[in-house]
Design a binder for this molecule. Structure first.
Ligand code: ZN
Length: 290
């Protein structure tokens, strides 16, 4: 069954504690949470970090809340500065270590920036550096997938084709498809009446390239989004935007991709996660599947 949850601790959680956040996710009727390491990996590589990680892992297991993680924003695998690439790989490995400790399956990250490079050059550099990161993660025995995400700005490496190609060319990756980001970087791709057909087309492409086992359990980010010429401006509440989760839910259900994990990145995190869960269940019901 598909899982839904917030990007980070629910907005209602007090005190702002991750274990309490997992409890709130469960009592809201959700079953997934993405741990946000976006401003740094706060599960430190020491004894206190390990203790915290074990508390998180046990709580998530007890309440059957699926965990994923989001690596720091400060990652640029396409940088021409070797030190920055090294630091980026280090941040990925650190995120993977923390994710492994808490039992989170995917480590979501934004691959980097084109800068002055051509799209092809940037892609190749990202791919080669990412392959090194995957190798380190594997050597250390971290049981996670690095998960490159489709990005929202046209300056960022990570349109759908690039993300899928990375996953095709490097073993040990799992795609994160942020449809709001695709929508923003392609300036309203999924707005309009044939949104469902466009979602179906993209989902079929995903299936074709990464296989149906991965597509069935695709990791999805979703929210409303505001965008301009350069792509993403900011994430929005679902009902304030021109992208329809219902159209995506119909596309997923029609293709039988019903074990996906969906993270809400809306400003009202858990509330929109619940909205999406309800929509998904309604669509299943309508199609006689739930
Ligand atoms: Zn992201």
């Amino acid at each position: 069954m598909a899982r839904f949850g917030p990007a980070g601790i629910p907005t209602i959680t007090k005190p702002r504690d991750v274990v309490k956040g997992i409890e709130d996710v469960r009592s809201l009727g959700l079953d997934l949470m993405e741990l946000e390491f976006v401003y740094g990996v706060w599960i430190k590589n020491d004894e206190s970090g390990l203790k915290k990680a074990i508390d998180i892992k046990n709580k998530a297991k007890e309440l059957d809340v699926f965990l994923t993680a989001h690596a720091p924003y400060y990652i640029n695998l396409a940088s021409e500065d070797k030190k920055k690439v090294q630091a980026s790989i280090q941040r990925l490995v650190e995120s993977a270590r923390a994710a492994h400790w808490v039992g989170a399956k995917y480590v979501v990250f934004h691959p980097g920036y084109y800068g002055k490079l051509s799209r092809d050059e940037a892609y190749r550099i990202v791919r080669d550096n990412l392959a090194r990161a995957v190798e380190i993660v594997r050597d250390r025995g971290y049981n996670v997938y690095l998960s490159p995400e489709t990005t929202g700005k046209i300056s960022q490496v990570g349109d759908l084709e690039e993300i899928l190609r990375l996953c095709e060319e490097i073993d040990g990756l799992w795609p994160t498809v942020d449809f709001a980001h695709i929508h923003a970087r392609e300036r309203g791709k999924y707005s309009g009446e044939n949104a469902k057909e466009i979602f179906i087309k993209d989902l079929e492409l995903i299936e074709k390239i990464v296989g149906s086992d991965v597509a069935k359990r695709l990791h999805i980010h979703f929210s409303g989004i505001e965008y301009g010429d350069k792509g993403e401006r900011k994430h929005l509440i679902l009902r304030h935007s021109d992208i329809s989760f219902e159209a995506l839910a119909e596309a997923l259900v029609e293709l039988g991709l019903t074990e996906v994990t969906v993270v809400s990145e809306s400003p009202i995190l858990e509330q929109d996660a619940l909205v999406m869960k309800r929509i998904f269940e309604e669509v299943l019901h309508r199609k006689g599947l739930g």
